[in-house]
Design a protein around this ligand. Structure first.
Ligand SMILES: Cc1ncc(COP(=O)(O)O)c(C=O)c1O
Length: 364
């Protein structure tokens, strides 16, 4: 058992059993006398790792056969360019702005075409998810873009936006495998693995097959074409082999707990402990509007920046790690991804209660 509880937004806590299993296999993977890190990506041993990881991902997410699963590099941020370069035919797209990462994707896309803001919650510092049931989508739009869980603001879409028949692209980085989702409601799902799945350095993209085409924007580098990676089954060049191996282990851990339905149940239980406390506290307040709250990233603050800073300092001294909020929001943020045990959330809430009872003078 670890003594600290790590509430980092990513890279983030991974299941202890997965880390232990990886440690046990570190020097000798399946009798090969090699670490997974040392195995050729062209070997049969690695091929079975990537095949099994993809098969398990397809199983837990219930991914239909007409979707490709790609293991990519360049972080989630490279997708902000790859998406327009691969999908823009009319040089038009619609973006839903619900936070820092959606805005970054929007700013990147603006380099390639005319981008319409279909909906936005920027007016209230992204503290809510706007109504997306009747979006004002441009007629020639190539796709609609959204970010399902807004890591920095602690908000999440509860309903799939109505993209009115347009291609719907969804950044699921910070809610990846946190609950069941209907993959076919979307045309592309993508996310960095550094929150819920593995160490940083790998992005998984799930794309409806007919969208993967030779026809891309002129000048698109070979490495930035989805077709390159789908033709070579994610082995066009050397993929982040160790990350793929850890993703495989994390998915097996999710399966062992009972799959995504169970994961959602556990995540709801954890989040409600924290939100219930926030709703009854006189010192701490939730930042995101109630109907838009995320199960993964819980944002909160006190009445003053000084008290926030005192809380972060006292919490850190008491083994509560990375609880400071992002500078765009201030206050605190507890990222309670799949691998955060319920004991971690209880420990945090107990500490918040003690801090509140001390009137902010904890330990003084
Ligand atoms: C929702 C979301 N999208 C994109 C990113 C950017 O990811 P990367 O650093 O892998 O480019 C992040 C990072 O935290 C994120 O939370």
């Amino acid at each position: 058992m670890r003594k600290t509880f790590n509430f980092s937004a990513g890279p983030a806590v991974l299941p202890e059993v997965v880390l232990q299993a990886a440690a046990d296999e570190m020097m000798n993977y399946k009798g090969s006398d090699m670490s997974v890190m040392e195995i050729s990506h062209r070997s049969a041993l690695f091929q079975s790792i990537i095949d099994e990881t993809e098969a398990d991902l397809r199983e837990v997410m219930n991914i239909p056969d007409d979707y490709e699963v790609l293991f990519l590099q360049g972080g989630t941020s490279l997708q902000f360019s790859m998406i327009p370069m691969n999908f823009m035919r009319n040089r038009k797209a619609d973006y839903i702005l619900t936070g820092y990462w959606a805005k970054k994707a929007y700013n990147e896309a603006k380099q390639y075409g005319q981008i319409n803001i279909a909906a936005s919650s920027e007016d209230k510092n992204y503290s809510y998810i706007p109504d997306c049931s009747d979006l004002d989508i441009s007629r020639e739009s190539d796709y609609v873009y959204m970010c399902e869980n807004n890591t920095i603001y602690g908000t999440k879409f509860k309903d799939c936006p109505n993209s009115k028949g347009k291609i719907l692209v969804n950044d699921i980085s910070s809610c990846f495998l946190s609950e069941p989702m209907n993959v076919s409601d979307y045309d592309m799902l993508f996310g960095g693995v550094q929150k819920n799945l593995a160490p940083a350095g790998l992005v998984i993209a799930i794309i409806r097959k007919p969208l993967i085409s030779e026809t891309v924007m002129q000048g698109t580098p070979t490495m930035m074409r989805y077709k390159t990676h789908s033709d070579k089954k994610s082995l066009y060049n050397t993929p982040p082999t160790y990350n793929i191996y850890i993703v495989g282990k994390v998915i097996k851990w999710i399966k062992s707990l009972g799959g995504l339905k169970k994961m959602k149940e556990l995540n709801e239980r954890k989040a409600s402990i924290l939100y219930d406390y926030l709703d009854n506290s006189t010192m701490f307040h939730g930042v995101a509007e109630k109907e838009s709250r995320s199960l993964m990233n819980v944002t909160f603050r006190t009445e003053s920046e000084e008290l926030d800073a005192a809380f972060v300092k006292a919490a850190t001294e008491n083994n509560i790690i990375s609880i400071k909020g992002h500078r765009a929001v201030g206050g605190m943020r507890a990222s309670i991804y799949n691998a955060m045990p319920i004991e971690g959330v209880r420990y945090l809430v107990d500490f918040m209660r003690e801090f509140e009872q001390s009137g902010g003078n904890y330990g003084k």
